[in-house]
Ligand binder design. Sequence first.
Ligand SMILES: *[C@@H]1O[C@H](CO)[C@@H](O)[C@H](O)[C@H]1NC(C)=O
Ligand SMILES: *[C@@H]1O[C@H](CO)[C@@H](O)[C@H](O)[C@H]1NC(C)=O
Ligand SMILES: *[C@@H]1O[C@H](CO)[C@@H](O)[C@H](O)[C@H]1NC(C)=O
Ligand SMILES: *[C@@H]1O[C@H](CO)[C@@H](O)[C@H](O)[C@H]1NC(C)=O
Ligand SMILES: *[C@@H]1O[C@H](CO)[C@@H](O)[C@H](O)[C@H]1NC(C)=O
Length: 913
Amino acid sequence: MIDKGGISLKYVNAIVVFLVLLHMYFGAGDYTDIGCSERERRALVDFKNSLDFESKWLSSWGDEDEKKECCKWQGVKCSNSAGRVVKLDLKAHSLHGKIYPSLMELQYLEYLDLSSNSLHEDQNLKWLSHLSDLQYLDLSSVYLSTANDWLTVVSGLRKLSTLKLSTCHLPPPTLNTSLYLINASPLVTLDLGQNYLYVPTSSILFQWLFKFNTTLVSLDLSSNHFYGLIPSAFGKMMVLRELDLSDNQLQGMIPKSFGNLFSLKALNLSRNYQLNGSLVFLHNFSSCANNSMLESLVLHSNSFSGSLPDFSVFPLLKEIDLHNNKLNGSLTTSIRNLFELETFDVSYNYLEDVISELHLSNLSKLRSLDLSSNSNISLNLGSNWVPPFNLEFLNLRSCKLGPKFPNWLATQNNLSLLDISCNEISDTIPKWFEDSTPNMHYLNLSWNQIHGRLPNLSKKFPSLAVLDMSFNFFEGRLPSFPANLTILNLSKNIISGSILSSCKTITSPSLLMYLDLSNNQLSGVLPDYCVSKWTSLQILNLADNNFSGEIPSSVGSLRQIQTLKLRGNSFFGELPLSLRYCEKLIFMDLGNNKFLGKVPAWIGESLLALRVLIMRSNKFNGSIPSSLCGLTRLCILDLSQNSIFGNIPHCLSKLTSMYLGSSNGTKDVDGFSYIFINRVPNNWVYGSCTYLNTHANSAAVVIKGGVLVIHSSTLPFLRLIDLSGNKLTGKIPGELSSLSGLTSLNLSRNDLSGEIPQNMDEIEELNSLDLSQNRLSGRIPMSMCNFSFLDYLDLSYNNLHGRIPFSRSLSTFSASAFIGNQALCGPPLTENCPIEATSNRTRHGDEFKRWFKVGMGMGFFIGFWGIFGSLCLNRTWRHAYFLFLYKVKDWVLLRLALYIARLQTRFKRNNNH
Ligand SMILES: *[C@@H]1O[C@H](CO)[C@@H](O)[C@H](O)[C@H]1NC(C)=O
Ligand SMILES: *[C@@H]1O[C@H](CO)[C@@H](O)[C@H](O)[C@H]1NC(C)=O
Ligand SMILES: *[C@@H]1O[C@H](CO)[C@@H](O)[C@H](O)[C@H]1NC(C)=O
Ligand SMILES: *[C@@H]1O[C@H](CO)[C@@H](O)[C@H](O)[C@H]1NC(C)=O
Ligand SMILES: *[C@@H]1O[C@H](CO)[C@@H](O)[C@H](O)[C@H]1NC(C)=O
C-alpha cells in the first residue's frame, strides 16, 4: 500500500520549496526597490491587451494598483541596478495574436523569447531594431511571412549572440547592400531551421552568415530548400560544434575545407538526396587533434558513394546514420572499437561483409542496429553467442541469418522493433521466442520459410502494433492477437480455420488499420460482430481464401476503409446496402465469388472515391446502372463474366480519369503502404525477396488474354474497361472513343451488334482491344489503322465484312484476330479480296521503297526524316514505312517512329481544337 500521508507531505514540501524559489526569482531582492518604469509597464500592458484573448498565465500583468510593479510579473525580469526590464521570457504559454510593437519601448532588453506560441507579426520587424542591447532573441514559430526586413533588422542588432527563428515562415531575405557595412555581432547560436526559404547557397543570406565564422558554435539551417553546392566557407568555422544542413537541396561533394571543422560534435547533412562523392573528407577531422570530437554523424538519404570512412579515428561517436546512400565495400574493420556507439544505421547501401561476434564484441552501449537491405551482408554469429549489448531496435532484413532461427536473439529482451524478414530462415519459431518481450511494438518475420504453428502473441507481445509474418509457411489456426495491433499481415501462409476466435480477442473499438489475411486457407463466414469492431480499418484483404457466406451488414461501419479485397472466395448473396457508407473506398475487388443481384446503382452514387472497381466472375445481373458514370475517378472497371444485360451506357464517356493526361491520383492508393514500408528509398532495386507489400494494392485483371496482377505502381498507367462475358446488347456507343487514355477495352463474348464506331482511333493509348464473339457487322473502320500502341486485337467471330484495312497496326496481327467473320478478306486471312484493291496497295508500297532507297542515298538520317516528313501527307506511305520497319525488325526505329507518329496525332488534334 502507498502511504497517502507520506505522499501528501512530500507534495506540500515540494510546493513550499517551489514557492520560495519563485519568490527569490521574481519577487525578492534589489529590483523591487526601484520599480519598473511607467513607460515599460505601459508597453507590456499594451502588448498583453493586443493579444487575441486573455491569457491566464499573464494574469499578473495589468493596470491595477496592486499590479503596478512590472518587475514582478510573470516572465519579466529587471536589472538589479536600474530596475529596467532586461528579460522577457514568454516561451510556450499559448499566447495568440499579433505582437504589438510597443515592445520597442523595452530599450534595455537583453533577452527576448516569444517562441512556441501562436503569435504573428503583420508587416515588419522594425520595432526590433530599437532593442539594440538584445543578446538573446528567440522568435521561433512566430509567423513572420511578411517580415521582408528580418535579415536587415537582426543584422543591425550588434550584441546578438543567440538568434532563433525556426519555423517562422520567413520570406526570402531581401538584398540590402548596407548589410555588408555593418560590423558582425558575435553570433554564437543561429537557428533558421524549417523556414523553406528556397534560396541558393550563393545568396546574400550565406554571405551574411559567413561573417560569423569565428564565433558560430551551433548552426541549424535545416529544412530550407537551400540549393546549390555547399559553400567551402563553412570550413572556416573553426569553433563550430553543431552543423545541421539536413533536408535541403544541396548538391555535389562535401568541400575539402570541411576537414578543418575540428571542433565538430554533430554533423547532419541528411535528406539532401544529391550530395555525392566519398566520405573520406571525414578523415581530416582528426588529422590535427589526435581525438576527433565527433559524436553524431547523420548523413542519411544522400548519394554518397565509395567505402565507409575509417571510424576508428572517431572514438567518441555515439550515432552513425548513413542509411540510404550508395556506399560499398566492407563494414567491419571500422566499427570494432567504437566503445561509445549507441546507434548504427547503414541500411540501404551496397555494403558487403561477413559480420562475426568479434566485430560486435566492443559495442556494449549499442541500442539501435540497422544493417538491412545491403548488397551482401551476412551475420555469422554462433547460436550460443551472448551479445555485449541489449538492443531496442534491430533491423537485419536481408542479412542471411538463416537457415536456423537466430538463437542469440533470446538475450535481447528489451526490443521494441525487430525485423528479420527476408533471411531465408527455414525453421520453426523457438520456444524462447514466446517469452514475454513487453516492449515489442514492431515485429517483422515476413519472407522467410518459417513453418509450424503461429505462436500466441497476445500475451507475449502485449504492446505489439505492427506484425508482419507474411510469406512463410505458418499453419494451424489464427491465434489471438494483441489488443493494440494496428497492422497485421499474415498473407501467403497456410493458415486455416475461421477467424471467429481471433475476433473475440480484439477488444472494441479496435485500432486495427490494416488487415491482410489473403492467400491462406481460411474458411467460414465473416462474422457480423467481428466486422463491426474494425472501425479504424483502412485496408482489408481477405482475397484467395475459402471464406463463404454473405457480407455482413456491419461492413457499413468501416467508415475509414479504402481498400476492400474479397476476391477469390465463395462469398455469396447480394451486396449489403450498408456498403454505401464506406465512402472512402478507393479500391474494391469483389471478383471471383458468388455474389448475385443487380449491379447496385448506389455504387455510383455513394462510392465516389473509387478508382478500381472489380466485380468480375460473379452472378451479378441487371443492366449497367448509368450512375456508374458518376465515378469520375475510376481507372479500372471490370464487370466481366457476370449475367449483365442491356445496353452499354453512353455516359461511360464521363469517366474522365480515363482521359488522356488526366492524373488519376492512384498514388493515393499507396499512401498507406508507405507507412507500412517505413522508409524504402525510391532508387532501391529489389532482389528476389521483394519486401514491398506487392499484393496490398494489387488486382488481378485479364489483359491480352492472360491474368495480370496489377501492382499499385503500374496502376497509374493502366485504364481498363472489361465488360466481357455478359449478355450486353445494342451498339458499341461511339462516345467510348472520348476515353482517350483507355489502355484496354474488352467487350467480347456479349451480344453486341451494329458497326464498330468510326472514331475508335481517338482512344490513343489503346493497347488491347477485344470485341470478339459478338454480332458486330459492317466493315472494319479505316481509322483503326491509326492505332499507335495496339498490341492485342481480337475481332474474331462477328459478322464483319470487306477488306481488312492495311496497316502496320492491323496486318501484324495473325489471322486468329479476324477469323469467324464470314465476309472478311485480305491478309492476314487467306481469303483474297477483289483484284483492284490489291494492286492499289502494291503501287503505294513500291513507291515507298523507291523513296526509301533515295533516302538511304542521302544518308540515313536525312532519309529517315525526309521520308517521315512526307508521311504526314501520305497515310499509306506511313503504313508501308511501319511495315518495313516491322519486317526488318528494327525495333528501336519502329518505336521511335511510333512515338513521333503519336506526337503528330496529338499535335494535329491540339491544332484542331
Ligand atoms: C537597408 O538597411 C539599412 C540599414 O538597416 C536601412 O536603413 C535601409 O532602409 C535598408 N534599405 C532597404 C532598401 O531596405
Ligand atoms: C586532408 O588534409 C590535407 C592536408 O590539409 C589535404 O591535403 C587533403 O586534401 C585533405 N583531404 C581531404 C579529403 O579533405
Ligand atoms: C565501389 O564502387 C565504385 C564505383 O561505384 C567502384 O569503383 C569500387 O570498385 C567499388 N568498391 C568495392 C569494394 O566494391
Ligand atoms: C494500448 O493502447 C492504449 C491506448 O493507446 C494504451 O493506453 C495501452 O497502454 C496500450 N496497451 C498496451 C498493452 O500497450
Ligand atoms: C476478354 O474477356 C474474355 C472473357 O472474359 C477473355 O477470355 C479474354 O481473354 C479477354 N480478352 C483480352 C484481350 O484480355
